[in-house]
Design a protein around this ligand. Structure first.
Ligand code: ADP
Ligand code: MG
Length: 697
C-alpha cells in the first residue's frame, strides 16, 4: 500500500499540489477533452517539476509509441542558465504540452517522404505522468504523449487508439440513451491484458546469436522432454523466479500498475503476468511498461526475458490475451448481463453489436494481431488456425438462437417494463463455460481476444475493437432512433444481426481439422500469414470504417500498410542473415570438426589394432558428411533467396517473396541444422541446447 503509485503524478498528487482552479481546469481536460490553456499547463508543469525533483529527477522526457511498436524517449534536463553562471531548474507549460523530436528516424510509411521530417509530441493528459526509476537511481519524469507529423498525420499507435475510444463512447452513448440511461456521459473501453513471456539464464542467451538478434531460436533440436508432462502449467514457482517476480511486482506497483496474477505457463520456462483491467489507453501504456520492466528486472537476476511470440519451436508460444469490455463513467459494465430483463435487453444489444462487428471486420481484427512472430502461432504448423470465431457458451448461444427464431421459449412476466424487450429471457450468472481454443471468447462479462501476440502493442487490437463496435452501435442507433415502436424494432434489429452473423459463433474445438473445413463452408476468412493480413488493411470497407469514425485517414492507413510490410521484410531479412551466419560460422565448422576428429580417431585406432571394427564410427562420419553437404546446399539456397528478396524494391512484392521463398528456405535449412545437432559431439556443439535453455533455470 505504501509503494503503490508512489512514482505517479496521479489524481491524489494533483489534488495536493495544484491550486484548486488549476486542478479543476485540468480535470475538465482529462474528463471532457476540453483544450488545455497554456496558463493552466504552466502551473501544472511547475508542480510536476517540483514533485519530480523531490524524487531525485534531473530530466524529463516525452514518452511516445511510434510505429515500431516500442516506446521512444528523449531526455532533457530541467537546467536553465542564470546570469551569474549558475543554473536553475525549469520546466515550462510549453515543454509539458509539446515536444519536437525529429521524426525522420521513425517509420512513417511514405508520409515523411511527401511532407516534412518534423514531428511533434503532445501531452496525453488522460494517462498520468510518472517518474521512471532504474536500479542505479536514475530517475526521469516521464510524460505520456502522442506523436504526429508536421502536417498532422499521426505517426504513433496512441492517437488512433484515443480516437477510437472517442468513437466508441459517442456511439455507445447514443444506444444507452435509447434504453433510457440519462446519467452516463461517457463510455470507456476497458482492457486487462494477460502477458506471457519466457525466462532463460543469461549465460545461455549470450551464447545464442539468434536470440540476441532476433528474439527467437532459429536452430535447435527438440529436447527429450518438452511440455508433454503438463507439469509446468500452474506448477510451484521456483525461488529464483519468485524473487524475480517480487521485484517485478514492486517496480510495477510503484508505477501504479495493478500487477495482480502470476503463474507458470504451459511451456517449460514460460510464465504469465496479468494486471487488473483499466481504461484502454492507460492499459496500453501500462502494458508497454510491463514489457520494458520484465526485460530490465530479468537482467537483475541474471535472466533474460523473451517476449517473442515463438522463441522455441515445438513448445507453446507466447500471446497476450486482450480482455476487453465497455463501461459507462457511472460504473456499469455494458457486457455484464445484469439481473433483470431490462438490463438483458441492453446487454443483448451490446453483445449483438460485438457479434456483428467481429463478423464484418474479422479480417481487420486478424490484422491487428499480425506480426512476424505471430505467424508461428496463427495458422502455422504447430498452431491453431487463424480463423476468427466467437465463443459464447451454451447458455448465451441458446438465447441468441431463441432471438433469431423470433421468440423465446422461456417465459417472463409481461408488463413490468417501461422500456426494453419484455420477451427476452433472463441470463444467469456464470453463463459461459471456458473454451481455451477460441480466439474470441465471451468470459462472463467481457470478451477475451486471444490472438494477440506477446510482443504486440495492444494499441492496435483495441483500436480495431473500439472502431468496429462503434460502427455496429452506430448502425443500431440509426435504426432504433427512427423506430416508432422501440421494442419491436429492437427485436427486429437483433434478429437481423443474429441471422446474418451467427456464422461467427463457434463453441467447439478451434484446434480441430474439422473446424477448418466447417469455417470454410461458413465463409469465414482463414488468413494464414501476416502478409495476407496486411493486404486486408487497404480493402475499401476497412478504410471506410476507420475514416468514418475519424480513427485513421486513408493516407494514414496506407502509410501503416507500408510500415507493416516494411517491418515484415526487415525482420525476415535479419532472421535469414542471422541464420546464414550461424550456419556458416558455427554449425558447419562444428560438424566438420566432429567428422574430422572421428576420422582421425579411426586412423589412430587402426594404427594400434589394424583389424578393429570401426564401422560404427565410419557410419556416423558418413551420416554427418552427407547431412552437412545438404546443409551447405540449403545455406546457399537461403543466401540466394535472401538476395532475390532484398533486390525487390516494391514493398508488397518483397514481402510475398520473403514469405514464400526466404521463410520456407529458412525452415528447410533448420531441418538439417537440427539433424546435425543430434549427431555431433555435445562438447563441440557451439550453441546451448533446448534442454539447457528450457530446464536449467
Ligand atoms: P484467465 O482466467 O482468463 O487467465 P486472468 O485473471 O488471468 O483470467 O485475467 C483476466 C483479465 O481480465 C484480468 O486482467 C482482469 O482484470 C480482466 N478483466 C476483468 N474484467 C474486465 C472488464 N470488465 N474489462 C476488461 N478486462 C477485464
Ligand atoms: Mg490468465
Amino acid at each position: 500500500m505504501d509503494i503503490f503509485a508512489m512514482n505517479v503524478f496521479n489524481d491524489a498528487v494533483m489534488k495536493e499540489r495544484l491550486p484548486k482552479a488549476t486542478y479543476k481546469a485540468l480535470k475538465k481536460t482529462i474528463n471532457e477533452g476540453k483544450t488545455l490553456e497554456l496558463d493552466v499547463a504552466e502551473v501544472v508543469a511547475n508542480a510536476m517539476k517540483d514533485w519530480a525533483i523531490e524524487k531525485g529527477a534531473t530530466h524529463y522526457t516525452h514518452w511516445f509509441q511510434p510505429m515500431t511498436g516500442l516506446t521512444a524517449e528523449k531526455h532533457d534536463s530541467f537546467i536553465s542558465p542564470t546570469d551569474d553562471g549558475k543554473v536553475i531548474m525549469e520546466f515550462s507549460g510549453k515543454e509539458l504540452i509539446k515536444g519536437e523530436p525529429d521524426a525522420s528516424s521513425f517509420p512513417s510509411g511514405g508520409i515523411r517522404a511527401t511532407f516534412e521530417a518534423r514531428g511533434y509530441t503532445a501531452w496525453d493528459c488522460t494517462s498520468p505522468a510518472f517518474c521512471r526509476e532504474d536500479k542505479n537511481g536514475v530517475i526521469t519524469l516521464t510524460i505520456p504523449t502522442v506523436f504526429y507529423s508536421y502536417t498532422g498525420e499521426v505517426l504513433d499507435k496512441k492517437t488512433p487508439l484515443l480516437r477510437s475510444m472517442e468513437a466508441l463512447s459517442k456511439q455507445a452513448i447514443r444506444v444507452l440513451r435509447l434504453f433510457g440511461n440519462t446519467t452516463a456521459s461517457r463510455v470507456i473501453s476497458t482492457v486487462g491484458p494477460e502477458q506471457e513471456y519466457f525466462l532463460i539464464d543469461k549465460k545461455f542467451f549470450d551464447a545464442r546469436m539468434d536470440l540476441i538478434l532476433t528474439g527467437r531460436t532459429l536452430f535447435g533440436a527438440p529436447p527429450a522432454k518438452g511440455q508433454e508432462m503438463e507439469d509446468h502449467y500452474f506448477g510451484s514457482i521456483k525461488e529464483r523466479i519468485a524473487a524475480f517476480m517480487k521485484e517485478l511486482n514492486e517496480e510495477l506497483w510503484k508505477l501504479g500498475i495493478l500487477a495482480k496474477t502470476q503463474h507458470n505457463e504451459v511451456a517449460p520456462a514460460q510464465f504469465e503476468i496479468a494486471p487488473i483491467f483499466s481504461t484502454t489507453n492507460v492499459a496500453t501504456d501500462h502494458n508497454q511498461l510491463v514489457m520494458d520492466t520484465l526485460k530490465k528486472v530479468a537482467l537483475h537476476h541474471d535472466l533474460v526475458c523473451l517476449i517473442h511470440e515463438k522463441p522455441f519451436a515445438g513448445v507453446n508460444g507466447s500471446g497476450k490475451h486482450n480482455n476487453w469490455s465497455m463501461s459507462t463513467n457511472d460504473g456499469q459494465n455494458l457486457l455484464d448481463p445484469g439481473n433483470n430483463p431490462h438490463d438483458n435487453a441492453q446487454f443483448l444489444t451490446f453483445l449483438c453489436s460485438v457479434i456483428k462487428a467481429v463478423d464484418e471486420y474479422a479480417d481487420l481484427l486478424r490484422l491487428s494481431a499480425a506480426n512476424p512472430g505471430n505467424d508461428h502461432r496463427l495458422g502455422a504448423n504447430e498452431a491453431p488456425p487463424a480463423i476468427i470465431s466467437m465463443f459464447l457458451g451454451d447458455m448465451l448461444t441458446d438465447i441468441v438462437e431463441q432471438i433469431q427464431n423470433g421468440g423465446v421459449k422461456s417465459s417472463i412476466p409481461n408488463g413490468t417494463l417501461t422500456v426494453g424487450v419484455s420477451t427476452l429471457p433472463e441470463i444467469p450468472k456464470d453463463n459461459s463455460d471456458r473454451n481455451r481454443t477460441s480466439p474470441f471468447a465471451f468470459t462472463g462479462n467481457k470478451f477475451e481476444f486471444r490472438m494477440v501476440g506477446s510482443s504486440n502493442s495492444i494499441a492496435g487490437p483495441n483500436m480495431v475493437l473500439n472502431t468496429i463496435v462503434a460502427e455496429s452501435l452506430c448502425q443500431i442507433a440509426d435504426k432504433l432512433e427512427k423506430a416508432k415502436d422501440f421494442n419491436s424494432e429492437l427485436q427486429a434489429v437483433l434478429k437481423d444481426i443474429l441471422t446474418k452473423h451467427n456464422r461467427i459463433i463457434f463453441n467447439g474445438n478451434n484446434y480441430s481439422d474439422e473446424w477448418v473445413d466447417e469455417a470454410e463452408k461458413r465463409g469465414l476468412p482463414n488468413i494464414k500469414s501476416m502478409v495476407a493480413a496486411v493486404e486486408c488493411f487497404i480493402v475499401d470497407k476497412n478504410v471506410a470504417v476507420l475514416e468514418k469514425h475519424s480513427v485513421l485517414s486513408k493516407q494514414e492507413v496506407h502509410s501503416r500498410y507500408e510500415i507493416l510490410l516494411e517491418q515484415y521484410n526487415k525482420i525476415i531479412n535479419i532472421e535469414a542473415k542471422t541464420m546464414i551466419d550461424m550456419a556458416n560460422r558455427m554449425i558447419f565448422p562444428a560438424a566438420a570438426k566432429f567428422a574430422g576428429d572421428l576420422a582421425a580417431s579411426v586412423q589412430s585406432v587402426k594404427s594400434v589394432v589394424s583389424a578393429a571394427d570401426t564401422s560404427a564410427q565410419e557410419d556416423v562420419i558418413n551420416e554427418v558428411c552427407s547431412t552437412l553437404s545438404t546443409f551447405k546446399a540449403k545455406t546457399t539456397a537461403l543466401e540466394k533467396a535472401v538476395q532475390e528478396a532484398a533486390d525487390i524494391t516494391e514493398v508488397h512484392t518483397g514481402a510475398v517473396t520473403y514469405r514464400d521463398k526466404v521463410f520456407t528456405a529458412m525452415a528447410e535449412l533448420r531441418t538439417y541444422g537440427d539433424k546435425l545437432e543430434t549427431l555431433v559431439d555435445d562438447a563441440l556443439w557451439p550453441l546451448p541446447t533446448y534442454a539447457e535453455m528450457l530446464f536449467l533455470l
